[in-house]
Ligand binder design. Structure first.
Ligand SMILES: [Fe+2]
Length: 259
């Protein structure tokens, strides 16, 4: 199994992913554009396209890829993506195969909030969570906005139930590259967060258009302020010491909209 990450140098800083299995199956998650994908595939074929949600920066490559490979397009039943012909509900198995003694499963997880028909794609290795492709639900050190068909309260539910329970060693593959901006947000609202400060130092000398970090959930739990709603540092900065976690989350989401 191989995960190939493609970064687009557009204003929105999109990521697209190609997952190749040893039996030749190849899935593309969120094709922002087709040309880079076609160039990568060379003479290989595409098995399927998965759109995490129906924002055009995540599906603009669909039509050209379907034309080139006649592959299915998969998304949530309510997601309005071009050429969708396979519906993914919660826990739907997309791929299952055994390669060299390792069992790989690709499945959709319903994660509403950024839009109400958003899914993440979970890759399991021997029935254990291995990697999560999070679309615009969850980013490195942040979560997605809710401006375009989303709902912050639903986002809170998704993050506080599904993401809170993900294992520490799970690898996170987000739909956009917003690491530095998000770390600065964490540092601003958690001024004593050493992990966020150190990460910012680490990335200060690298070219953020060329080098990308694949964080684990363990790292995210240290630097992603949306997962740290109980932090006294955070609650003090927000003057929300007597509020519940949901109020802290909604306040943070609102502040991040203007950050
Ligand atoms: Fe989006």
């Amino acid at each position: 199994m191989k995960i190939h990450q493609i970064f687009f140098k557009n204003n929105l800083r999109n990521f697209c992913y190609l997952i190749t299995f040893a039996d030749g199956a190849i899935y593309c998650i969120d094709p922002h554009r087709s040309i880079e994908i076609i160039n990568y595939l060379k003479d290989q074929s595409l098995t399927g396209i998965i759109n995490t949600h129906d924002h055009c920066d995540h599906y603009s490559g669909n039509e050209e890829l379907v034309l080139a490979y006649q592959c299915p397009v998969m998304a949530h039943s309510e997601a309005l993506v071009p050429l969708k012909n396979k519906i993914l509900q919660d826990q739907e198995i997309i791929y299952h195969g055994k390669n060299e003694g390792v069992e790989w499963t690709l499945k959709s997880i319903y994660t509403p909030g950024h839009t109400l028909s958003h899914i993440c794609v979970l890759l399991e290795k021997n029935e254990k969570p291995f990697a999560l492709f999070t679309g615009d639900c969850f980013f490195n050190a942040g979560v997605g906005n809710c401006h375009n068909g989303g709902d912050p309260e639903v986002m809170y539910q998704t993050i506080s139930t599904i993401f809170k329970n993900l294992p520490d060693d799970l690898l996170i593959y987000p739909g956009h590259e917003y690491l530095k901006r998000n770390l600065e947000f964490t540092r601003n609202y958690e001024p004593h967060n050493l992990a966020a400060q150190n990460f910012l130092k680490e990335i200060s000398t690298i070219d953020s258009d060329e080098h990308f970090f694949i964080n684990t959930m363990k790292i995210e739990r240290e630097i992603n302020t949306f997962l740290r709603l109980e932090s006294s540092d955070l609650c003090e900065t927000l003057s929300l010491q007597n509020s519940n976690e949901k109020q802290v989350f909604l306040t943070l989401r609102e502040l991040r909209n203007r950050w």
